[in-house]
Design a protein around this ligand. Sequence first.
Ligand code: NAD
Ligand code: TYD
Length: 334
Amino acid sequence: MKLLVTGGAGFIGSNFVHYILKKYPDYQVVNLDLLTYAGNLENLKELENNPNYKFVKGDIADFELVNNLVKDCDIIVHFAAESHVDRSILDSEEFIRTNVIGTHTLLEAAKNNGNKRFHHVSTDEVFGALKMDDPKFNEKTPYDPRSPYSASKASSDHLVRAYFHTYNLPITISNCSNNYGPYMFPEKLFPLFITNLIEDKKVPLYGDGMNVRDWLYVEDHCVAIDAIIHKGRIGETYCVGGDAEKNNKEITYKILELMGKGEDMIEFVKDRPGHDRRYAIDFSKIKNELGWEPSVSFEEGLQKTIEWYKNNEAWWKDIKSGEYAKYYEKQYGK
Ligand code: NAD
Ligand code: TYD
């Protein structure tokens, strides 16, 4: 099978490329990535000499390029996106360009080349925010995105479904909860907090720290996508979650404990505007239909993640002194 993976140099995409070439050594992967601030070829260094892996630097919104690459593949697995909510609050233009126009360009190319199989990687944030006692999100939850990021992803989901209904494009969609694990850019909660603590810096907890997310170890997400692209029903959406609802305070205390630091390392900072209170996923559909469920517990995943950041200081130090420093200045004005 020949896969065109978009955004394969980012956090989840690079974990997926590693996972797929390990599990199916005879598959071929072409990784199309623009190498924005979030894309990093260091994530894929071990694959440089693998004859079944090829990297192409380029934009998913470039129709000519995409059309040529799509011609030659059996399936498009679409990760590429602007993915950080806080950046979308500062400036959302790239979110619309990549997440909406880029996805549309890929869909057009898939349609143009004999209706190629298309898997769209999306997020649970399209469903909006839950109250503490609301039932979890599932595939039937109405869309209610509340940040420019989630609105752009919701828009891309609608386009993907529209291409199925209108043109019979063989699509599937996964709406997954928050991931954590290796190669996660250190602007997001887990890697930011872990690397700050390694550097003996405080961790910035937004608002009252009581916002809840449903955390999934990234490799389990890769296994879910593997199941969907091989066994998923065409036209269907699958919700993917970690069965690990935690509030940010709980997570912070757990990280502090595992890293031998005290609560004096917490700095409560101004809340994110429109900060969604809670996300949680009911993953019964993918469990019943495809036999998928998370295999890595939160405790195990957190330990593995801390170990990875401890063992890969060069990887994140480069990023933190470069791209992240620029963003930090915009976000915190210092
Ligand atoms: P990321 O920001 O780490 O990586 C995104 C990748 O896309 C980068 O390598 C970047 O260079 C590339 N990219 C951006 N714009 C591009 C363009 N115009 N053309 C080509 N490449 C481009 O993101 P991530 O956290 O790995 O998320 C991947 C996907 O999974 C996204 O679609 C995101 O919405 C979704 N998702 C993420 C999470 C999460 O917790 N991170 C959870 C659920 C779903
Ligand atoms: P994040 O990793 O940005 O993911 P999401 O897309 O779910 O917002 O943030 C996860 C949670 O952590 C979210 O509730 C915001 C919170 N958070 C902080 O408290 N401090 C931080 O510095 C960051 C980046 C996030």
